[in-house]
Write a protein that binds this ligand. Structure first.
Ligand code: SAH
Length: 273
């Protein structure tokens, strides 16, 4: 079934001026999670510089004549250097293009949007930031796990499992993290899950604490597996990046809040009709 939407977007969405760069978050995957500002940017951009995790259906909303430049990893080759990407944005803007820099999730959450924006500031290129739904929020929602829940936690912490050098961030105060943050949401953590679990347990997190892995969140390949800290390393064998890892009591709410299973049942029964 498809829906025809007869919606008029607000008339005062901004005009994308030539020579500007818009840094836009595409959300975690599902095109429905794109913002209206994101759609408005796609409708006007002359060139789109996009990352690996951006869905093809989102890119296809661009003007047909818009140039597309891929800036992610391809076929095992390393991704282009961050400075090269930032410099390219400057070059394109100086050529008078409307430059859309499209990133997975939110550009300012583990997305290097800050670095790119700083290069634009130094080059005196005007820019706009369009936030997106970050994987740690959207992915949790699609897994039926609230990031905060009144009975469980009054704080939530986003953590990267990957330092600049690709190692587990050893300069992080794991004790403070383990003691101070009731719910931890890790990005880029699959490769180092063993060290992360070890550090959390050394710092006092209990072995039976609930853990949720959310892989390819909000896409048709989404896979969610729950376990405990003690069994997290073996469970992670079933998970491939991109994935987020949630550690904390909120994970147990999935048992009751897994709304996606109802959606799947509904589509299965529709297909059978
Ligand atoms: N700016 C992005 C994060 C980029 S870092 C955001 O705000 O979401 C890349 C990491 O994000 C991945 O290693 C993974 O941990 C997470 N991620 C991105 N998309 C995801 C998805 N669809 N499902 C699960 N994790 C995702």
């Amino acid at each position: 079934m498809s829906l025809t939407m007869n919606i008029t977007p607000p008339a005062d969405l901004p005009e994308f001026l030539p020579g500007w760069v818009w840094l836009v978050g595409a959300g975690p995957g599902d095109p429905g999670l794109l913002t209206l500002h994101g759609v408005n940017a796609l409708a006007q951009a002359d060139v789109i510089v996009y990352d690996a995790l951006v869905d093809e259906r989102i890119l296809s909303m661009a003007k047909p004549e818009a140039e597309r430049i891929y800036a992610g990893k391809r076929g095992g080759k390393p991704s282009p250097k961050q400075q090269d990407i930032s410099d390219r944005l400057v070059e394109l803007a100086n050529d008078g293009k409307r430059v859309l820099r499209l990133k997975g999730g939110d550009p300012f959450v583990f997305g290097r949007g800050g670095e790119e924006a700083l290069t634009l500031v130094n080059a005196e290129i005007p820019f706009r930031i369009v936030p997106g739904i970050t994987a740690g929020i959207g992915g949790m929602a699609y897994a039926g796990i609230p990031a905060t829940h009144r009975d469980c936690n009054s704080a939530v912490t986003f953590v990267t499992g990957h330092s600049m050098t690709g190692e587990v961030p050893d300069n992080m105060d794991w004790k403070a993290l383990a003691n101070g943050a009731p719910v931890l949401i890790f990005y880029m953590a699959i490769k180092h899950i063993g060290r992360i679990v070890e550090k959390l347990m050394e710092a006092g997190r209990p072995a039976d604490e609930p853990v949720g892995f959310i892989m390819a969140a909000t896409t048709e390949n989404q896979k969610v597996v729950t376990c405990t800290l003690e069994t997290a390393v073996e469970t992670a064998e079933q998970i491939k990046p991109p994935a987020i890892v949630c550690v904390g009591p909120v994970v147990d709410l999935r048992e009751q809040l897994n709304w996606m299973s109802k959606v799947a049942e509904l589509s299965a029964s529709e297909a059978a009709e």
